[in-house]
Write a protein that binds this ligand. Structure first.
Ligand SMILES: [Zn+2]
Ligand SMILES: [Zn+2]
Length: 425
């Protein structure tokens, strides 16, 4: 056993962490079993292992998650990293894959935190994503981390910079990009692979959608930029006017974010949620009212009753992504109100709408998809402002090798107060 750590590191085939994990031994044990090994490791330049032992930290694993330097030094002499690879339905494996190298214009980022997301859960369940991911593929898209390599020609970023790299970037040339609708770009470039030690950021995302993280912002908070950008976009796209009452259907991460964004902007909000945990979170995030229950009929009545003469809310934003909730949203608004179908439903689903109600009540129907580079910057600024309760959205932390368990838990809704889990490699 004593030689394993040294050999593994020198051959670069395994991370120190895997070795420790596999052997179920602490560094302390390894040291006791063979002082020579650690000495040799120290000589090989990985003196952080030594420092860790001296300082009494228990495992290399905790050291890695505690100190960026350790990770950086660990990369020396290593050619592979641990990463989550999606192979199909409910089949994600943590594998050793080559550490990416930065080509011209690209960055390699050491992932500080990658957040679980409803989209990833959908992908885990279905085994693919039509636009984003075809297995076998690296997986995960909400991340922030530290640049470890900058490709030729990159001038805006250098190793050591803390950045959030978005999951996509528009082309800037197509009809939609030229009409201020970059979220609808015909050639949106997606990037996946956040559930890994390192991730390659393609040139276009480096140029358009990689943002420096202010010093006061923890990386796991910065990783919320992507979903928050979607939420900010959805809210702004609903064109709220001063004094509007905004109802948000859905207590998932995006529903709660939209609700929080609306509350922070000073609007009276109504949260329509299912579970107790979601109701608590909605209240904490500024919901003026919470309507909870499973009956859509009742929820509509209760929501309307919160408005003068039951007239309905000014804006209803649907953030569940099922046809029933889309129809519910239409029933919540007043004459002249606005509905935003924010939640994407499964393919080939349809809704039935009361044409008379839409027409004679002058209802505006909108739908908002994705984000734009400008909105992403505003989202990170909101996180950095300290007004946005970032920590309320991160309800768990897990190591990369626990990813399967985390997704299984999310699928079974084992813990209804769970919003997002930060996956730390
Ligand atoms: Zn996401
Ligand atoms: Zn475009």
């Amino acid at each position: 056993m004593a030689n394993t750590v040294k050999d593994a590191i020198l051959r670069g085939r395994k991370t120190v962490e895997t070795v420790v994990e596999e052997s179920r031994k602490k560094v302390e044990d390894v040291v006791e079993g063979g002082l020579d090994t650690v000495e040799t490791v120290v000589e090989a330049g990985l003196n952080t292992v030594d420092a860790v032992v001296v300082k009494g930290r228990r495992t290399v694993e905790s050291a890695v998650s505690l100190g960026r330097r350790t990770v950086e030094s660990a990369i020396l002499g290593r050619s592979t990293m641990q990463a989550a690879v999606l192979h199909g339905r409910e089949d994600v494996r943590i594998e050793q894959v080559p550490i990416p190298k930065a080509a011209a214009g690209e960055l390699i980022v050491n992932v500080g935190a990658a957040l679980t997301c409803g989209t990833d859960l959908k992908v885990f369940r279905r085994g693919y994503h039509a636009r984003m991911i075809v297995p076998p593929a690296l997986f995960g898209h909400e991340l922030a981390g530290t640049v470890v390599e900058a490709g030729e020609g990159v001038v805006d970023f250098a190793p050591g910079d803390r950045v959030v790299a978005l999951n996509s970037a528009p082309c800037g040339k197509c009809y939609f990009c030229l009409h201020d609708q970059e979220n609808l770009c015909d050639d949106l470039l997606f990037n996946n692979g956040a559930y890994a030690e390192f991730i390659r950021i393609p040139e276009r995302i480096v140029a358009k959608n990689t943002i420096r993280v202010p010093e006061n912002v923890p990386l796991e908070h910065a990783a919320l930029t992507e979903p928050l950008a979607c939420a900010v976009h959805g809210f702004e796209d609903s064109q709220p006017r001063k004094g509007d009452v905004v109802a948000v259907i859905g207590g998932g991460p995006l529903g709660l974010m939209i609700l929080h964004v609306a509350a922070l902007a000073g609007y009276e909000t109504i949260a329509l949620v299912r579970h107790d945990g979601q109701a608590d979170a909605a209240r904490q995030l500024g919901a003026a009212h919470v309507v909870q229950g499973t009956s859509i009929r009742k929820a509509i009545q209760e929501t309307r009753a919160l408005t003068p003469n039951d007239r309905g809310v000014d804006i209803a934003i649907e953030a569940v992504g099922v046809p029933e909730a889309w129809q519910e949203a239409v029933e919540l608004v007043r004459k002249g109100g606005t509905v935003n179908f924010f939640g994407g439903c499964a393919r080939n689903t349809h809704v039935t709408l009361d044409t008379n109600r839409i027409h004679y009540s002058d209802i505006t129907l909108r739908a908002t998809f994705h984000h734009t580079p400008a909105i992403c910057r505003r989202a990170l600024a909101l996180i950095a402002s300290g007004r946005f309760q970032a920590s309320a959205f991160i309800t768990g932390r897990a190591h990369l090798y626990e990813l399967n368990r985390v997704f299984e838990k999310l699928m079974n809704r084992a813990d209804e107060s769970e919003i997002k889990t930060a996956i730390v490699p």
